[in-house]
Design a protein around this ligand. Structure first.
Ligand code: HEM
Length: 419
C-alpha cells in the first residue's frame, strides 16, 4: 500500500467529537459538576453523608423521608450526570445497607421515580455503572494542579474510606492513561482509510505505548487499596441484582413498574476502552465471554457504545495489515496485541490479590467457625465466585486473555503473514 495525499473518502477524517469523547479526558466526563441547585439539596445531603448514614444504619430511614423531587429543573448534561450519579450511589447504599442478609426488595418511589426518569434521559440502566463511579465522580483538589492521585478526590463515596477512594481514583487513572490510545485509535482508522502506512505504523506504536501506560496505572491499585477492605466491605456496594443469589428476585422500582428488574452491578467491564481496542484489533472472544461483554455495553453511555459499534463495523485493520504484508506493520500491530495481553495478565494478578486470595481466606475462617470480627468474614458469600458484574471471575478473565493472544498475526519473518 502506498501513501495517498488526495483524500476522496467521505469517511475521512474519522473524529471522536460526535461520540462525546474528549481529546483531553477520553471517556471521562470533563470537569464534572460537584453540586446541584438548592432544590436538589435533599439528594446531595444524603449522597455526601452516605458512609456515616450506612454505618449508623440510618440511610434507609433518611431515604424514606425524601420528598419526591421533579427532575425537570436540572439543566445540561453535567447536572443530569451528577444527579444520576448521586441517586445511583444512594440506591446501592439503600439496597446493601445491612449486607447480604438484610436486603430490601423494593426501592421506594421517592427515589425510584426520579432515578428512573434520569436514567431514561441519559439512556443508562437504573443502577450504579462505571460511567457513574469512575467517569463522572471526580474533582481536582487544586483546580490548577495536575490529574494525579494526590490532587484528585471523589465527589460521592460509600464505606471503605481511603480504599474506596483509591479504587475509583486508580480506575480513573487507568482511563486517563488510555487517552493517547483513544486518539491513536482514531489515527489508525484514518490511516487505514487513507492507505497511509507510515501514519498507521506510528499510530499503532502510540496505541501500544498507551496500553502499556494503562498497565502501569493499574499497578497503583496495590498502593491505594487494601484487599481485605475491598473484598469485605466495598465490593458488596458495587454488586447488582442480576446473577446474584442474594437477590434472586431482582428489585422493584416502586411507582415505575410493579415487576422487579434485574441489573448487573458496576464493573470496569463497562469501560468502553478495551471494547474499542478489541474491536479495532479484531479480537474475537469466545461465545460466553462475548455475550457477557456485549451485555456490558448496555451499561455504557449510548454515545460511547455507538463508538464501539462503529469501530466494529468500520474498515478491518487486521485485513489491511494482512493484505499489506509488511513486517513493520505486522510488528506494530502485534505490539498492540502483546500490550493488551500484558494488561489483561496484570489485571488477572490484581483480581487474584483482591478477590481470589481473600475468598480463600474468608472460607478458611468460616470453616473453622472462628469468632472473628475480621473484615474479610463480613464479605457476602454470594459474591465469592462472581465479579460485581456477575461473571464467573477467573475462567472468564483467562478466556478473554487467551482470545486476545490469538489475535496476533503469525509472522515467520520471511514471507507474507498468514490469516
Ligand atoms: C481491585 C481492582 C479490580 C478488581 C478486583 C477487578 C475485578 C474484575 C472482575 C471480577 C471482572 C469480571 C467482570 C465482573 O463480573 O465484574 C473484571 C473485568 C474487567 N475489568 Fe476489572 N477489576 C479491577 C480493576 C480494574 C480496572 C482499574 C480496570 C480498568 C479500567 C479494569 C478493567 C476490567 C475490564 C476491561 C474487564 C472486562 C474483561 C476484559 O475485557 O479483560 N478492572 N474486573
Amino acid at each position: 500500500m502506498t501513501s495517498s495525499n488526495t483524500n476522496t473518502n467521505p469517511n475521512v477524517p474519522f473524529t471522536l467529537n460526535k461520540y462525546h469523547v474528549s481529546e483531553e479526558y477520553g471517556f471521562l466526563l470533563p470537569l464534572p459538576r460537584t453540586d446541584l441547585p438548592e432544590y436538589y439539596q435533599p439528594w446531595m445531603k444524603i449522597a455526601r453523608n452516605l458512609t456515616d448514614l450506612i454505618e449508623s444504619h440510618t440511610l434507609r430511614n433518611e431515604v424514606n423521608k425524601l420528598p419526591l423531587l421533579d427532575t425537570g429543573y436540572l439543566q445540561g448534561h453535567r447536572e443530569l450526570r451528577l444527579a444520576r450519579m448521586a441517586l445511583s450511589f444512594i440506591t446501592m447504599g439503600y439496597v446493601w445497607q445491612e449486607g447480604e442478609h438484610g436486603i430490601v426488595k423494593t426501592l421506594p418511589r421517592n427515589l425510584a421515580i426520579p432515578y428512573c426518569a434520569l436514567s431514561r434521559l441519559l439512556d443508562l440502566p437504573p443502577i450504579l455503572v462505571h460511567a457513574d463511579g469512575a467517569l463522572s465522580n471526580w474533582k481536582k483538589k487544586n483546580p490548577r494542579g495536575p490529574m494525579e492521585i494526590e490532587n484528585l478526590d471523589l465527589i460521592v463515596c460509600l464505606p471503605g474510606g481511603d480504599s474506596f477512594k483509591g479504587f475509583f481514583l486508580v480506575t480513573l487513572l487507568v482511563e486517563l492513561a488510555a487517552v493517547p490510545g483513544i486518539k491513536a485509535m482514531a489515527a489508525v482508522i484514518n490511516a487505514v482509510l487513507e492507505w497511509d502506512d507510515r501514519s498507521l505504523k506510528r499510530a499503532l506504536e502510540d496505541l501500544a505505548s498507551s496500553i502499556q501506560s494503562m498497565t502501569e496505572a493499574l499497578k497503583q491499585m496495590h498502593a491505594h487499596v487494601d484487599p481485605a477492605t475491598f473484598y469485605g466491605m466495598i465490593r458488596i456496594f458495587l454488586s447488582g441484582w442480576r446473577d446474584n443469589s442474594s437477590m434472586p428476585e431482582g428489585l422493584v422500582y416502586e411507582g415505575v413498574q410493579e415487576d422487579p428488574w434485574h441489573y448487573s452491578g458496576g464493573s470496569a467491564a463497562q469501560s468502553s476502552v478495551l471494547h474499542c481496542f478489541d474491536e479495532l484489533l479484531g479480537v474475537r472472544h469466545g461465545k460466553d465471554s462475548a455475550a457477557f461483554l456485549s451485555r456490558m455495553r448496555d451499561y455504557m453511555p449510548s454515545s460511547h457504545k455507538q463508538l464501539v459499534l462503529d469501530i466494529s463495523t468500520g474498515p478491518s485493520l487486521r485485513h489491511y495489515v494482512l493484505d499489506a504484508g509488511k513486517p513493520e506493520l505486522t510488528g506494530a500491530f502485534n505490539g498492540c496485541v502483546a500490550q493488551l495481553v500484558a494488561l489483561r495478565n496484570y489485571h488477572i494478578v490484581v483480581v487474584s490479590r483482591f478477590i481470589t486470595v481473600p475468598t480463600a481466606r474468608a472460607r478458611e475462617r468460616r470453616s473453622r467457625a472462628e469468632p472473628s470480627a475480621e473484615i474479610l468474614t463480613r464479605a457476602p458469600s454470594s459474591l465469592e465466585e462472581r465479579g460485581t458484574g456477575g461473571s464467573g471471575v477467573m475462567s472468564f478473565l483467562k478466556s478473554v486473555r487467551d482470545t486476545t493472544k490469538a489475535a496476533a498475526i503469525p509472522w515467520d519473518g520471511n514471507k507474507t503473514p498468514t490469516a
